[in-house]
Each structure stands twice: as structure tokens, then as C-alpha cells.
Design a protein around this ligand. Structure first.
Ligand code: SAM
Length: 183
């Protein structure tokens, strides 16, 4: 499968939000919600978009569940790491996770790009799991610290954008689940 590298270049964003990655020791909620309510399947592959800089907790979690983890973050990981992960995983992953990423990207076109990356990297019958940190949930975005953005939007407010890339979208257990085909 030929990789469209233009989709994976470092995006032009007003805020990189790289320093919103502060969760060094705790597993993000998305992974435990899927575990509790939907279940992870062993011997599968997961690709985590906007992984942040602290990969070890998620790496350990997936290894324990016999899932092969891949990571991508244009602002916190070395380009060599990103290209290695994309090359290894392209078109092969069963699940994609996007945890607390859409809410730190100010531009719609860059959020859509993340969703297009999810679509490109996964199998046609794969599943995307999305969580956001809504913070105030008031819908008015703000710069929380230098180079960091917070949209303050509730999860449901991303449904239309996710639906523009994935025809099947639902919210269950406080996370969004997106697919190209009906489950
Ligand atoms: C709040 S952190 C989330 C880190 C981790 N996923 C978690 O849940 O703890 C947001 C991450 O999104 C990344 N990010 C910002 N813009 C992005 C983009 N266009 N594509 C992918 N990741 C992006 C930032 O570099 C940052 O590491």
C-alpha cells in the first residue's frame, strides 16, 4: 500500500499544544473506558494519534493485553519515530485511539486531518475510539498557556466533524466510536 506522506507532515497550526501532554504516569481515560465497557481484543494492532511524550504507561497497558501498539505525534515524537510507526502500521491496524487531541487543535482543517490519518492507517473494518477533555465545556476556546489551545467543547460537539470522515459515529460510555462500516 502506497503511503501518502503529505497527510503526515507536521501540520501548520497556530498552537502545537505539545505541552498539554502532562499525563506521565496515568493511563488516559479512553483506554480504561474501552477496557471496561467494550473490551480490547488480543492479537490486534492499535495506532495512537497525538500520543504525547509519555508512551510507557500506554505501551505497558497494550503489551499486557497482547496488543501491538504504535504511536504518532507530530509535535512530541521524533520524525524518525513517527515515520517508522506509520510505515509499520499503514493499512493494518484494527483500532485507532485519539485521546484528548481534538480539543487541543484550534483549526477545523487540522482536526479533520487527524481523522483522515485515522482512516488511512486502519483496516477498512477498523474502529476509532475518541475522547476529549471538555474542560469548561462552554464552547469558547482559549489559549491555556503559551502555544497550548483548549476548545472547551463537549464531546458531542465533535460528532459532525467526525461524521464528515466516518459514516458511522456513536457516543457510548462518554467516548466516541467511529467506523467506516456498520458494526
Ligand atoms: C493533551 S495531549 C494528549 C496526550 C495523550 N494522548 C493523552 O491522552 O494523555 C495532546 C497531544 O496532541 C498532540 N497534537 C497536537 N496537534 C496534533 C495534530 N495535528 N496531530 C496529532 N497530534 C497532535 C500534541 O502534541 C499533544 O501531545
Amino acid at each position: 500500500m502506497k503511503i501518502d506522506w503529505s497527510l503526515w507532515e507536521v501540520p501548520k497550526q497556530k498552537y502545537s499544544s505539545a505541552n498539554t501532554s502532562i499525563n506521565s504516569g496515568r493511563l488516559p481515560r479512553l483506554f480504561t473506558v474501552v477496557k471496561k465497557h467494550l473490551g480490547w481484543t488480543k492479537d490486534t494492532m492499535n495506532f495512537d494519534i497525538g500520543s504525547g511524550k509519555y508512551l510507557s504507561t500506554i505501551h505497558e497497558f497494550f503489551t499486557k493485553h497482547k496488543i501491538l501498539p504504535f504511536f504518532y505525534d507530530p509535535f512530541t515524537l521524533e520524525w524518525a519515530v513517527n515515520t517508522r510507526e506509520i510505515t509499520s502500521a499503514y493499512g493494518r491496524v484494527d483500532t485507532v485511539t485519539i485521546s484528548n487531541v481534538l480539543n487541543v487543535i484550534a483549526e477545523k482543517k487540522n482536526r479533520i486531518r487527524v481523522l483522515q490519518q485515522a482512516k488511512a492507517i486502519m483496516k477498512s473494518d477498523g474502529t476509532v475510539y475518541i475522547s476529549v477533555y471538555p474542560k469548561e465545556g462552554c464552547g469558547v476556546g482559549e489559549e491555556t498557556k503559551p502555544d497550548c489551545w483548549q476548545s472547551n467543547k463537549k464531546l458531542s460537539e465533535y460528532e459532525k466533524e467526525v461524521g464528515s470522515v466516518f459514516p458511522f459515529v456513536e457516543i457510548r460510555h462518554g467516548i466516541m466510536i467511529a467506523r467506516l462500516t456498520s458494526s
